[in-house]
Design a protein around this ligand. Sequence first.
Ligand code: SF4
Length: 330
Amino acid sequence: MAGIREISPVSGTGANEASGVEPFAGTLSRHGLSLARDRVHTLQVNTGYLCNLRCRHCHLEAGPGREEIMSRETMEAVVAFARRFPVQAIDITGGAPELVPGLPFLIEGFAPLAPRLMLRTNLSAINGAAREPLLSLCAAHRVVLVASLPSTNPSQADAQRGAGATESAIAVLKILNAAGYGVEGTGLELDLVSNPVGAFLPAPQDSAERKFRQDLLRRWGIAFNHLYTFANVPLGRFRTWLLRTGNYERYMKTLADGFNPSAVDRLMCRTLLSVSWDGYLYDCDFNLAVGRPPGERRAHVSEVRELPPPGSPIAIGDYCYACTAGSGFT
Ligand code: SF4
């Protein structure tokens, strides 16, 4: 079917080993669907795999000691790319972008280029000596902070992220609120992202947002703007954990059984381009994680002369079921 492109296995990732479910491309075909690009409106920029945490659900296997981080030269090329191809939103992610030395350069470079600039944070990495200047810079440019917080239950969240991670995250959320982030009337947006702490689908977003709002306010006096819930993608460290605990096939079946045809039209890969730490383009951060480029070979931002037009194929794998389960990863 036009628009569907299943790419050959990527060595070393394990992403193409038998998952025990119908191939994602087959499920799309059976529903008379295709997955092809619409107009690009978001540029996601992955600054690298260095992180202060080693979360169990991380599809990139980010952590301390990872040496892949975006160089200044690549940052300049990505900013130039964003200038050549204006988008509605730029989303800076990692790893932990706060640990990448050139982050202020990226923020200042991107801020005039898109109406919405987002910075992902695990919260604990925003602590330390660089916090105050970084927060001032973010506030000055109205950068939207998108903070991951798996659960309002500290023991559950620490099980996913490591001992003490929740305490540190709560302390930083209080500091963000004190700086105006998440507080009504300031124009400083603070959103939260929650992933399940095990091999199951996330709670519906509306009810999860209500619970987070009540819990955070009641227990710690913390406010935020929006909560997004996403299923964990069975790649990287999460996939390793699923295999080690004997949950992989059951989890894949849960994702495949939860296939929601109406989520396909709204999948983020239809309107997003993802840039890797070394400056190459992918359809999304998950294809980036397994090294699946959109075409026959990967293209560097410095050599790209046009964006993929609407109708261009998107590289897919069985992990795409994580994006189409339930209300979807859109
Ligand atoms: S993993 Fe999700 S976002 Fe990426 S190509 Fe598959 S469906 Fe699209």
